[in-house]
Design a protein around this ligand. Structure first.
Ligand code: FCB
Length: 508
């Protein structure tokens, strides 16, 4: 019997939906829920024995000051960056003809986000991008990974592009280039135009074709100015959070729909790659996947089998079609021959999805440990994001695995980071040593991967600045730069000063 049967997925979705409802009730009662809703569809049910202390925290040896250099130099062509996404930082929700996205609808629906937070203002980057560009220059960034808001370009998801939306990104891109920072643009970071959701969203095959039209208009207008384009940010998160647990927009909880959505997102990716090749733009393109290494929680054969299938749902479902031209047989079998995914794959689709890419964007946050009955358990300390276990070796495993199983595709790491409880001290400084240790340890893993031959060309911290963390609102702070939301003042955290030195010395 399949370990992760559809029934099991449905049960997990119901549990997550119940916890979201609980959170909404807490918000209504207190204005600020105490139980953190999980960002990911990881439904932690317990801890593995033997690795944690009696108080539940992982046992760790005393560590040196996080700034202390490890003496690890990176190859000369390696590039340092930071990442953001449109809805999380821009604000300006009604400016210059921007349409509504599913995240506007979702965040304005009572009980959906912590404290009812929305991205209406966010970090007000839409109005402050010029100053933010100067901060990026001061940090010494080589590369800035941002996303383009589809509803700024096509307010209703179709038709002629909105010139004022294009102009904003043209100014941003030119400002980056003028400061010697390479723009890396993501076409879709979850803010689907609401008008397209109204006609079925990613459940509709047609939306993949709408995405290709949108991509084509961007390649036509901005293509040459952006050396690297990324297609879809984390299709898995749309599938799992948007359509399984429903704690992200569009807030659905329907496993069968979820995997059809996965296919349409993959199809959209492939169509965008084809659109770029058909354009005259001389730039590179690839997908952005968040990869979770999946480990058996114990030595049993059942745990090994369950972890293998979990890996299918977490990683191979996205990597295989793009790099091997097929969906993983175990996942297809687990979903069954009558699944909407199986029925939704048409002749020729996989050839589109597997259109050759120039690079792979990898985002790494956490490992997953799976028991013999397909439950997930915690083994390492979690960050403020309860779905995130801090395990730097997972970065090494993910990178070496991609190299081993999918060949020497150039890799850019487009997200890696954690939230920490940052506060501004009376003297105006923000001390976040935990972020420095985290980044240093993960960069040491990247360094090891590179020394074993994995072609990693760049690394981007998530995130450049504090921002709207989806269902978690503004509570979690993920940035190198602190944002004081009432004044929109920006302050370099201690980690930003550290990262500036890392970039200058090209070493950790
Ligand atoms: C990633 C998302 C990004 C941010 C980080 C914390 O999954 O791509 O927008 O939410 O997690």
């Amino acid at each position: 019997m399949a370990v992760l049967s559809r029934r099991h997925l449905q049960r997990r979705a119901e549990q997550s939906a119940a916890s979201a409802a609980h959170r909404a009730a807490a918000t209504a009662a207190t204005g600020a829920p105490r139980d953190a809703g999980s960002h990911r569809f990881t439904d932690t049910v317990g801890t593995c024995s033997g690795r944690e202390g009696d108080d539940g925290t992982a046992q760790q040896a005393p560590r040196p000051a996080p700034e202390r250099p490890l003496g690890l130099h990176f190859p000369s062509g390696f590039r340092w960056g930071a990442a953001t996404s449109a809805y999380q930082i821009e604000g300006g929700a009604k400016e210059d003809g921007r349409g509504e996205s599913v995240w506007d609808t979702f965040s304005h629906t009572p009980g959906r986000t912590r404290a009812g937070d929305t991205g209406d203002v966010a970090a007000d980057h839409y109005h402050r991008y010029h100053d933010d560009l100067d901060l990026m220059r001061d940090l010494g960034l080589h590369s800035y990974r941002f996303s383009i808001s589809w509803p700024r370009i096509q307010p209703d998801g179709t038709g002629k592009p909105n010139q004022r939306g294009l102009d904003f990104y043209r100014r941003l891109i030119d400002g980056l280039t003028a400061r010697g920072i390479e723009p890396m643009a993501t076409l879709f970071h979850w803010d689907l135009p609401q008008a397209l959701q109204d006609v079925g969203g990613w459940e509709s095959r047609d939306v993949a074709y709408r995405f290709a039209d949108y991509a084509q208009s961007l390649f036509h207008t901005l293509g040459d100015a952006v050396p690297v384009w990324l297609t879809i940010n984390e299709p898995k998160t749309v599938v799992q959070n948007g359509y399984l647990s429903g704690h992200h927009a569009p807030g659905r909880s329907d496993p069968d729909a979820a995997y059809l959505v996965a296919h349409h997102l993959q199809l959209a990716h492939g169509l965008a790659v084809q659109a770029l090749r058909a354009s005259s733009a001389a730039c590179r393109i690839g997908p952005a996947f968040n990869l979770h290494p999946c480990y058996p929680a114990d030595d049993s054969a059942a745990a090994a089998a369950a972890a293998r299938l979990y890996d299918g749902y977490e990683n191979r479902l996205y990597l295989d079609p793009v790099f091997l031209g097929s969906y993983p047989a175990d996942v297809l079998a687990d979903l069954g021959p009558d699944s909407r995914l199986a029925r939704g794959i048409r002749d020729g689709d996989l050839a589109i999805v597997a259109a050759p890419v120039d690079l792979l964007a990898v985002q790494y946050y956490t490992p997953i440990y799976v028991t013999g009955d397909g439950q997930t358990v915690r083994r390492w300390t979690t960050s403020e994001a309860d779905w995130q276990q801090i395990y730097p070796d997972g970065m090494l495993d993910v990178l070496t695995r991609v190299y081993r199983d999918y060949g020497a595709v150039p890799i850019t790491i487009t997200e890696n980071g954690l939230p920490t409880p940052d506060r501004m001290a009376p003297d105006g400084t923000v001390d976040d040593p935990g972020r420095i240790s985290f980044l240093r340890d993960h960069l040491a893993a990247v360094h090891r991967a590179i020394s074993t031959g994995v072609p990693v060309e760049s690394y981007h911290v998530w995130s450049l600045m504090d921002n709207f963390e989806w269902a978690e609102g503004y509570e979690q702070r993920w940035g190198l730069i602190y944002v004081d939301y009432p004044t929109q003042r920006r302050v370099f955290k201690r980690s930003a000063h550290w990262y500036r030195r890392v970039i200058a010395e090209h070493a950790i």
